[in-house]
Write a protein that binds this ligand. Structure first.
Ligand SMILES: [Zn+2]
Length: 58
């Protein structure tokens, strides 16, 4: 696992354009803290994003 990607992502909500930092490998879905829209869904590995990936945080 030494080549694991950056563990956190900054994602822009497609509905309200708010930016939120999320874990890149969530075990549950992640919702926007502002409007409640789904930002990411769990896949067992890296999340499937619905929002736009703004940047990664190492
Ligand atoms: Zn939102």
């Amino acid at each position: 696992m030494s080549r694991a990607p950056s563990p956190f992502w900054v994602v822009k909500c497609p509905d309200c354009s708010g930016e939120q930092t999320i874990f890149s490998r969530p075990s549950t879905g992640v919702n926007c803290s502002v409007c409640g829209a789904t930002l990411a869904t769990p896949t067992g590995g890296q999340a499937k994003l619905r929002g736009e990936l703004v940047k990664t945080i190492a």
